[in-house]
Design a protein around this ligand. Structure first.
Ligand code: ATP
Length: 229
């Protein structure tokens, strides 16, 4: 049975005034694959995320999430998507549980079901005991983990993370990446992991290399290493 790509980006361009941030970007992500979007600061990663998550209008080209066009079927598309933005987005004065329960309610998940998922996911990241703690009391790495749990609560099929390890020490960076890899494997979901750090790429990953708004190379790591020497 044919299944559409988890993400299909086709001929996407985006400008800020005269500045062209994305220039004819095309690539696809197969369902369930871990794909690294690799690019230096300014390559256009955040702009691409803003388009895929429908924060910006896609004026040139098209973006499909499991076949649903983000412009014409944005509700369907966004329901399949989980996203962790670069900026910190927890409400620091709410507890971990409240931050998560609020997101679950927005997605129409009933209270009992929401609490069950929250407990399971917090357990999977070793934070079950932090449910009632204020978000303010967490370390940067713990906040990121809670944001990741929040992005998974509505059971998305594709998870986007924008520089999820930025600002963390090297130990927390490795922990977060390992956590994500374990969580998505356990839950069978695809990932688009945006980073400027080449050491976050694993041999088994797919990679999309973005440079000055253009795709330089895309495909499995092994194929790209052969292409680019
Ligand atoms: P970073 O990791 O630093 O966010 P990035 O790869 O995500 O880098 P973008 O933030 O998408 O890159 O930026 C792509 C280009 O567009 C850069 O040259 C940037 O200066 C420019 N740009 C981004 N946002 C704006 C904006 N709001 N107005 C004008 N130019 C912008």
């Amino acid at each position: 049975e044919w299944e559409p790509p988890a993400l299909d980006v086709s001929g996407v361009s985006h400008s800020y005034g005269q500045k062209k941030a994305l220039d004819g970007v095309s690539f696809t992500i197969a369902p369930g694959r871990f794909t690294v979007l690799l690019g230096l600061n300014g390559a256009g990663k955040t702009t691409l995320f803003s388009l895929v998550s429908h924060l910006y209008d896609t004026r040139e080209g098209s973006i499909r999430i499991f076949g649903n066009d983000i412009r014409h079927a944005s509700g369907e598309a966004l329901r399949r998507l989980g996203i962790v933005f670069q900026a910190r987005t927890l409400d620091l004065d709410l507890s971990v549980g409240q931050n998560l329960a609020y997101h679950a309610a927005l997605h129409g998940i009933g209270r009992g079901e929401a609490m069950a998922r929250i407990r399971t996911l917090l357990g999977q990241i070793d934070m079950a005991d932090r449910l009632h703690d204020k978000a303010r009391s967490l370390s940067g790495g713990q906040m990121r983990r809670v944001e990741i749990v929040r992005a998974l609560l509505h059971e998305p099929s594709l998870l986007l993370l924008d520089e999820a390890t930025v600002g963390l020490d090297i130990r927390s960076r490795a922990d977060i990446l390992a956590t994500i890899r374990a969580l998505v494997e356990a839950n069978g979901i695809g990932v688009l992991w945006a980073t400027h750090l080449i050491d976050e790429v694993d041999d088994k990953d797919e990679v999309v290399i973005l440079d000055k708004g253009r795709v330089l190379a895309a495909g499995p790591v092994a194929a790209i290493v052969r292409q680019t020497g």
